[in-house]
Design a protein around this ligand. Structure first.
Ligand SMILES: C[S@@+](CC[C@H](N)C(=O)[O-])C[C@H]1O[C@@H](n2cnc3c(N)ncnc32)[C@H](O)[C@@H]1O
Length: 262
């Protein structure tokens, strides 16, 4: 991408593009890189933590597919990166259907470019905090059958939703729209155990970006699984969720878990 912001929107650090930078991607602008570098000064492990989150996505998606789930709703999917959900799941379930959702127009535009010729996938611009709009979106309805189990993926997205917007209600609405046997795959930033002054410096950077950063405790994150049975090993530090031998080098600053709807 060019270093020249093409609009006012690109002059402001954007959380989707900062994450792309942490992952080593090229879909980011100067403002995103500058903010991301400031985060890296405080938390140098952020890039590895982002990779750790992507590893969890791969393990959890394969797990859900092994349980027979063939439909995936990836909300806050972000900019396309290596190992997207359909690429991962179709190695074990070639018939799997995947809807990618993000509220960021740049993320959606790039995802559409990448996926135009991929049958059984759709890219939808939508807001997690407006679950009814999402659930009734024609492309969601055309791609997913909500009368059959769906894995709802909420990876590294809920920590961009403030408590005032009640992310627990949004997750509960998604749960109620799915049938028993559906899965919730979730990862969430925590700054548990981090000195408060460091946490505050990190959060301050995001206050000037497209979304606030809202780290949560284990108990707050666990509440998202209301109505789900957590599979072993429960809601744990991301690297500890069913490791499969991929090297995990760092504390991810994240909790991760998979639940099955009762
Ligand atoms: C850190 S990225 C995570 C990307 C991907 N899920 C992953 O874990 O690798 C967070 C993404 O969530 C999106 N996002 C944040 N709040 C959202 C909301 N309320 N509705 C939809 N997408 C949202 C951002 O635009 C960004 O692309």
């Amino acid at each position: 991408m060019t270093d020249q912001p093409i609009s006012e929107a690109t002059a402001r650090p954007n959380v989707a593009r900062m994450y792309d930078y942490f992952l080593g991607g090229s879909h980011n602008f100067a403002a995103d890189r500058a903010a991301a570098e400031r985060v890296l000064e405080i938390f140098p492990e952020t890039g590895v933590a982002a990779q750790t989150n992507r590893h969890f996505l791969r393990r959890a998606v394969r797990y859900a597919a092994a349980q027979g789930v063939r439909q995936f709703l990836d909300i806050g999917a972000g900019l396309p990166t290596q190992g997207t959900v359909h690429e991962v799941v179709r190695t074990v379930a070639p018939d799997a259907r995947v809807v990618y959702v993000d509220y960021d127009e740049v993320a959606v535009a790039y995802a559409r470019q990448l996926l135009t010729d991929v049958p059984g996938t759709a890219v939808v611009q939508g807001d997690l905090c407006r679950p009814d709009d999402l659930l009734t979106h024609p492309d969601v309805r055309a791609t997913l059958d909500l009368d059959r189990p769906v894995a709802v993926l909420l990876l590294a997205v809920l920590h961009f939703v403030s408590n005032d917007d009640d992310p627990w209600a949004a997750v509960a609405r998604l749960r109620d729209a799915t049938v028993p046997g559906s899965h919730l795959v979730l990862s969430h930033l925590t700054l548990d155990g981090i000195p408060p002054e460091l946490a505050e410096r990190g959060e301050a950077i995001y206050r000037n970006s497209s979304a606030p950063l809202v780290p949560r405790t284990h108990a707050e994150t666990l509440r998202f699984f209301t109505g789900y049975d957590l599979v072993e090993p429960g809601l744990v530090e991301t690297t500890r969720w069913r490791p499969d031998g991929e090297p995990e080098l760092v504390n991810s600053h994240g909790y991760a878990g998979v639940g099955v709807r009762r």
